[in-house]
Write a protein that binds this ligand. Structure first.
Ligand code: ZN
Length: 460
């Protein structure tokens, strides 16, 4: 069962052949833990979660190792601690737990290993020493820098840049201790008020890039199969990871996958535009994690994805129907997912096509009972939808009794005045919010339909 993936390193869609089918290995760059994950941060999590599920389906759940790191030493964390007066340990522990909770809420499986950078300082120092010994790095004023010139043929290949072009375009302010403007920091000195570790170059802390090289080596070995991340990491982060690992003599990653970025209502997300929000913001507003996941999967990972309110509503309406259907499946003897859904994912993770197939299966399943329902549910679960992890949200009872009482009162008033305009207006508003209004002599009954939208009730 072949999987085809678009490899950034070759710019081609290639057949995926793992080094060892008994242990398929993937590394994905994780978060720097100083704040809540914004919705853009969730995209690689969902994309590589689907790939993780597909690899487990094809090679077996016990034959896939997925590593995603936590960057818990970084100047942004130091700044947050200084601003807030709280300790670095408190901030990283709290933020790490937020991240785990939020990613679980959107249905992501936990990776096999989630190493923290600060637990791998010795491995990073060893790798830096090795790079110095091999002539690929040098010490200067308490810093250790990678010498890009020492690997001129390889540097820039992944992102398609040449070292000479990069030097020509480099900014004017270059740190005086750098031999070459493109050289990057692997180790830097720490003052007493900053986190630091003893090293052959004095007390200091690692740069960001070296942690991924060191942790991938320790947990996945010299060579592994897939390295993933957002395409904002392509340069310089991934380029620098490759330089460090290749020059240390490692084969490193063989397939590079990059997801495109995320926009909100057609605009780049930014704090200044006021369209910046976190996964937790959405969850707190009552947007179910499963709905967030569905919206993300409706765009292919190599295309920019646009988060819109319209998509959010459509996804919720679809999932309400799907959840009602899934509740009737017995899954006593679960079948294998249908080939069309698996095939869509095997073709470079074509999640929009897989969702189209699921729509078709849902239509079939709603006409017939039994095996069709089980097939539908099992196939959806390959995308992390209709899972038990994400169940429950659609059953939340919506309390509309206040609205029903008000409508009853309006009707009673209207009987006396013979002016039914207020009754009609409220009925129209409720119907617009997706509520079915049933009025009889015995009373008023309000039933939320599949297009129910709680946000529209506010003005009613
Ligand atoms: Zn990384």
């Amino acid at each position: 069962m072949t999987i085809r993936l678009t490899n950034t390193a070759t710019r081609k869609k290639e057949e995926f052949v793992p080094l060892d089918p008994k242990n398929v290995r993937m590394y994905v760059c994780g978060p720097t833990v100083y704040d809540r994950a914004h919705i853009g941060n969730a995209r690689p999590v969902i994309v590589f979660d689907v790939l993780f599920r597909l690899l487990r389906h094809v090679y077996g759940a016990d034959h896939v190792t997925y590593v995603r790191n936590f960057t818990d030493v970084d100047d942004k964390i130091n700044a947050r601690a200084a601003d807030s007066g709280r300790s670095i340990g408190e901030i990283t522990a709290e933020t790490t737990q937020w991240y785990l909770d939020d990613m679980a809420a959107i249905g992501a499986l936990e990776p096999t290993h989630m190493p923290r950078a600060t637990a791998y300082i010795a491995e990073m120092i060893a790798m830096i020493e090795d790079l110095i010994a091999k002539g690929h790095a040098y010490e200067a004023e308490g810093h250790v820098l990678f010498a890009v010139d020492s690997w001129k043929d390889g540097y820039g290949k992944l992102s398609g840049r040449s070292v000479d072009d990069m030097i020509a375009g480099a900014r004017v302010e270059v740190a005086p201790y750098k031999r070459n403007p493109m050289d990057f920091v692997m180790w830097k000195p720490s003052s007493d008020d900053l986190p630091g570790w003893d090293s052959p170059w004095g007390r200091g802390r690692p740069g960001w890039h070296i942690e991924c090289s060191a942790m991938a080596y320790d947990l996945l070995g010299e060579s592994f199969d897939i390295h993933g991340g957002g395409n904002d990491l392509l340069f310089p982060h991934h380029e620098n990871e490759i330089a460090q690992s290749k020059c240390a003599g490692h084969g490193f990653a063989r397939y590079w996958l990059h997801n495109e970025m995320l926009q909100v209502e057609g605009k780049k997300m930014s704090k200044s535009l006021g369209n910046f929000f976190t996964i937790r913001d959405l969850l707190d507003q009552g947007v179910p994690g499963e709905v967030i996941r569905f919206v993300f999967l409706s765009t292919h990972y190599r295309k920019p994805m646009d988060w819109t309110e319209k998509k959010r509503k459509e996804a919720e309406a679809t999932l309400r129907k799907w959840r009602d259907l899934a509740a009737r499946a017995d899954l006593l003897d679960p079948p294998k997912p249908v080939p069309t859904v698996v095939d869509a994912l095997r073709d470079d993770l074509n999640t929009p096509k897989a969702l189209t197939e699921l729509h078709r299966l849902a239509a079939e399943a709603s006409d017939k009972a039994g095996p069709h329902l089980d097939l539908f549910v099992v196939s959806a679960r390959l995308l992390g939808l209709l899972t038990e992890q994400l169940a429950g949200w659609h059953e939340t009872k919506i309390d509309l009794s206040d609205y029903a009482n008000r409508l009853s009162q309006l009707r009673a008033d209207a009987m006396a005045t013979k002016d039914f305009s207020a009754v009609d207006a409220m009925k129209a508003a409720l119907s617009d919010a997706g509520v079915e209004v049933r009025m009889s002599k015995t009373g008023v009954e309000l039933v939320p339909g599949s297009s129910f939208d709680a946000t529209k009730l506010e003005g009613v």
